[in-house]
Design a protein around this ligand. Structure first.
Ligand code: NCD
Length: 339
């Protein structure tokens, strides 16, 4: 696809060549993300970040990515502080906000709301997560991370074996991830979830129709054997009718060093979109794995910055100008370490 001026609402818009192009641009962004160089290529451009649900990584990394390309960021983090609470339609809201911005990122609690907003926006819109539907940029950074992690293990995305674990019903990050993996060859996906939290049928059948293998498990110990990647998720408490109902599923699947050592192949990559739920009843990824070099969860969030810089550069058509507008800076210290 030609990314210039386009909305990114769903991974379904992308083919394999598009994903590879994003990853190639992401690689080029790395020195800028790591503050080895500074670019002002988006000087004068404005990003509006509209986040109507809790967010740390997605909001801040989109904002920082734009800043690192030289642009400015305006944001609103609360629907209560916008005129949407006065009954303004998403259509009017989009018409207005898109005049203030060159690009918009929106997170919204309702499935499809970001696409509805985008229809009336005069600036490109990136979906930062819409309800339990999709989280396309998370899936891009996840697949970019898988690619990087497996490269050191002399493997690629083709023939990937991955276990996806937890709340597969409401987890928008896993919906986008599974849909994106469909683009590669010979993928094996182990879906580990209680039946009531299984992935939507449409997501599973799409994968099967593309010729990939899907296996269902209810026992963590069985499903995590023979895979390259474990992708853990949090019970999406905010999508349940009550916290009490969500609690029934928290802590159902937990990975810790002992479980990992007993059941996983050596070097299995451990991923999670974060936040991991650190409350005692949950702890789907135990902190005793923090010293395990295969825990990639913070490399994932680091990669989020790079992938989001790549998307802005592609959409705003500055990929080939980033270097021209770059400079050395005095404040950079190489004491900062990157994985
Ligand atoms: C995810 C989300 O918001 O969907 N978080 C994120 O963006 N990294 C996953 C989650 O909240 O569990």
């Amino acid at each position: 696809m030609n990314f210039v001026g386009e909305h990114i609402l769903s991974v379904a818009q992308l083919n394999r060549a598009d994903v590879e192009e994003i990853f190639a641009v992401a690689d080029k962004m790395t020195p800028f993300a790591h503050r080895e160089r500074v670019t002002r290529v988006l000087d004068g451009a404005v990003l509006c970040n509209l986040f109507f649900e809790a967010s740390t990584r997605t909001r801040l990394s989109f904002g920082a990515a734009f800043n690192l390309l030289g642009g400015s960021v305006r944001e609103t983090t609360d629907m209560e502080s916008t005129s949407l609470v006065k009954g303004e339609s998403l259509k009017d809201f989009a018409r207005v906000v898109s005049a203030y911005s060159d690009v918009i990122v929106m997170r919204h609690p309702i499935d499809g709301a970001v696409a509805e907003f985008a229809e009336s926006s005069r600036s490109p819109v990136l979906n930062g997560g819409d309800g339990s539907n999709e989280h396309p940029t998370q899936a891009l950074l996840d697949v970019y991370t898988i690619k990087k992690e497996l490269r050191t293990r002399k493997k690629g995305l083709d023939d990937l074996r991955i276990a996806v674990i937890g709340d597969l019903k409401y987890g928008r990050a896993v919906h986008s991830l599974i849909k994106l993996l469909k683009l590669f060859r010979n993928i094996t996906v182990h879906l580990i979830a209680p039946p009531v939290l299984s992935a939507p049928e449409s997501v599973i059948t799409e994968l099967q129709k593309a010729g990939h293998e899907v296996r269902h498990f209810e026992q963590l110990e069985h499903g995590i054997q023979g895979v390259d990647v474990l992708y853990m998720t949090r019970t999406q408490e905010e999508r349940f009718s009550s916290s009490a109902e969500a609690r029934e599923y928290q802590g159902l699947f937990r990975i810790n060093q002992a479980v990992y050592s007993q059941h996983c192949e050596p070097d299995t990559v451990i991923m999670h979109p974060l936040p991991r739920d650190s409350r005692e009843a949950a702890q789907e990824v135990n902190v005793d794995l923090d010293s395990n070099p295969n825990l990639a969860v913070f490399r994932q969030s680091d990669n989020g910055l790079i992938v989001r810089m790549a998307l802005f550069a592609l959409i705003l058509d500055v990929v080939n100008k980033v270097e021209d507008y770059s400079t050395q800076v005095g404040w950079f210290t190489d004491a900062r370490k990157w994985d």
